[in-house]
Design a protein around this ligand. Sequence first.
Ligand code: 5GP
Length: 194
Amino acid sequence: MQRGRLIVVSAPSGCGKGTILSEILKEQKYYYSVSATTRQPREGEQDGVQYRFLTRPQFESLIGENAFLEHAEYCGNYYGTLSAPIEEHLSAGQHVILEIEVEGARQIRERCPDACFVFIAPPGIEVLRERLMKRGTETPEVIAGRVAQAERELSMKEQYDYCIVNDVLEDAIADFRTIVRAEELRCRKPAQQR
Ligand code: 5GP
């Protein structure tokens, strides 16, 4: 059986990453890595489904035990990928998807250089601002902060192997599938692995 690929996905908030991934994850060949976080659950979120919700001392003791493949602090909360389930799913031939921010992706690039790195971008920063405003869940200050954060994150996209521009949702989903198919057919390993 062919080993699965580790696929790292980053996107600024409001890019529609969640919608793309929920469609992709309907296929059995993917395993979504549930991260640990110290942020409070949002309405409707369940422990162990969207995240494992931990206290700061719990998270810090796992850092001490070296339990994370990567972890980062984002907007005042810890987020991290627990190493344990990942190897099991890769060996079982599933592609493991890590949905993480840019600092965590940088750590994975160092530790797992043969992973596949995908960035999802909005068609433009103005479109992103409009989407966040339409969502209506944030104050103008929070929206301004997220747009500024998105601009910082967008400047990192050259460090990723692929960039999908989420303009038309169906096209973005098709692009994601195309990238994974290309990775499944890959012969030559990424430069660091040669
Ligand atoms: P949210 O709080 O909106 O669910 O997530 C905030 C940010 O944290 C998003 O960019 C998300 O991709 C990122 N994130 C989620 N899980 C992890 C993780 O395990 N590690 C890192 N580094 N970032 C994560």
